[in-house]
Ligand binder design. Structure first.
Ligand code: GAP
Length: 450
């Protein structure tokens, strides 16, 4: 199979499909929109929630030593001093002196940096420091003592709760704490739809280990995270590792690898796996004055500051990846192209479409009854409008993996047609087997072209 290539045109098709079918809308659309802010519509919020649930199950339910957390977005300002965000969360910003477009200095090519010219070929302004944290104030009186930040990552909420979790649960090292939540960064350059935005969601897991075992757990989590994307149904030739060189490592990291995905605009970061050493707990010990060491009864009561292996994925960026990987315009006949989203059945916003072949002769009532029963197990959609082929295509476009059609034969022998999105194959099965057959098909689901 030849190597896949990025296709920037697909991005426009995805953005337009997302708006047309209710996945993602521009924020405050009726006021002309707010750049970089997006609202998740009926199908988009369902898709995002399902990806989040898939990650949460993978992390907490399938790993007995990982527990969950939901920390507040606004934290004590000292957290951000300890974390290094006040000091280090600066980017160098440059401006095109003709168009006023702004760029992150480190995102420019070496030649552009050396000649100080913008991508449009115009002179650039001198680089300025720019802090990425959003500041706000808490309380009625606005003065410097009330300044708080909107968290730029969820990870710090986990570190400051390390002791609480150890004391209130039975977890023993090695163990992890998982969290999903909003994060905010005043990004200089926001682009590519929901790829980089000022308000986004992260799915982070911090794994606390003995300092002598950091490297082995780092390798373990690298494998687990790639495996997660395979389970999510992503084509593996669209994913790759990128190691951070010594000059790219964040201030806290001993080693870091990004999982990159081939987005329509090219290979870009999807998730980071970081060996953060004991940086975080030692800094929070120092700044809070609290002892965050761990007493390890499995190692002769050795007391130490655990090392942390972090897996940090963008939830909203996962949504874009899933959409980009699933999107296809497939030729299915002469001059016939269907748009299809090949979502894994577990994350498809609608899992089963239910249609009566025609509305009359009691078929609509029968289809309604079947659809109501399926609702117990699946998210369903009932549609009785238009030709059956058109109804299938409408579901293909939003990624519904299964459609059930009720026809005259159903009245005679209690069977229906089950139609598969990817292959467009159809089989005849008894009504009583619809739910179990769909469960079985979803469990063994493999993308046709993966
Ligand atoms: N706690 C470590 C951390 O936050 P990061 O590499 O800055 O590391 C982790 O962010 C992930 O969060 C990224 O791989 C990306 O998926 C997501 N992310 C970061 N900034 C984002 C933004 N402005 N918009 C959308 N997703 C973002």
């Amino acid at each position: 199979m030849s190597d896949p290539v990025a296709d920037p045109k697909v991005m426009d098709s995805i953005v337009s499909l997302c708006k047309r079918r209710g996945f993602i809308f521009q924020s405050s659309d009726i006021y002309g929109g707010l750049s970089s802010a997006w609202d998740y519509g009926p199908l988009g919020s369902e898709l995002k929630n399902r990806i989040q649930r898939f990650w949460w199950r993978e992390m907490t339910q399938l790993h007995e030593n990982i527990v969950g957390l939901d920390a507040a977005i606004m934290m004590h300002p000292k957290v951000w001093e300890a974390s290094g965000h006040v000091e280090n969360f600066d980017d160098l910003l440059v401006e095109d002196t003709v168009t006023n477009d702004r760029f992150r200095f480190d995102h420019l090519s070496e030649e552009q940096r050396n000649t100080m010219t913008s991508p449009a070929g115009n002179p650039l302004s001198a680089p300025r420091k720019f802090n990425l944290m959003f500041k706000t104030s808490m309380g009625a009186v606005e003065d410097s003592s009330t300044v708080v930040f909107l968290r730029p990552e969820t990870a710090q909420g986990i570190y400051v709760n390390f002791k609480n979790v150890v004391q209130s649960t039975r977890v023993r090292i090695p163990f992890g704490i998982a969290q999903v939540g909003k994060a905010f960064r005043n990004e200089i350059v926001t682009k590519n739809f929901i790829f980089r935005t000022c308000e986004f969601e992260q799915m982070e897991m911090q794994y606390f280990v003995h300092p002598s075992e950091d490297e082995q757990w780092f390798e373990y989590w690298r494998n687990e995270r790639m495996e997660y994307y395979r389970k999510l149904g992503i084509r593996m030739n669209r994913l790759r590792w990128k190691e951070h060189g010594p000059d790219e490592l964040a201030h806290y990291a001993k080693a870091a690898f990004d999982i990159e995905f081939l987005f329509p605009f090219g290979w870009s970061e999807l998730e980071g796996v970081h060996n953060r050493t004991d940086f975080d707990l030692s800094r929070h010990s120092e700044f809070s004055g609290k002892d965050l060491t761990y007493l390890d009864d499995s190692r002769d009561n050795e007391r130490y500051l655990p090392y942390i292996v972090e897996t940090s994925a963008g939830l909203t960026r996962n949504v874009l990846m899933v959409l980009a990987d699933a999107y296809e315009e497939e030729e299915v006949g002469e001059n016939d192209v269907r748009t299809v989203l090949r979502f894994h059945p577990d994350i498809a916003p609608i899992q089963v479409g239910v249609f009566p072949l025609v509305k009359k002769d009691g078929l609509a009532e029968l289809a309604r009854k079947i659809e109501r029963e399926l609702r117990e197990d699946y998210s369903t959609f009932y549609d009785q409008g238009g030709a059956i082929g058109r109804r299938y295509r409408r579901q293909d476009e939003i990624g519904t993996p299964y459609c059930v059609t009720i026809d005259y034969e159903t009245k005679e022998n209690d069977t229906v047609t089950l139609r598969f999105r990817d292959s467009m194959d159809q089989v005849r099965i008894p009504v009583s087997e619809i739910a179990s057959r769909i469960r079985e098909e979803s469990r063994k689901y493999r993308r046709v072209d993966s």
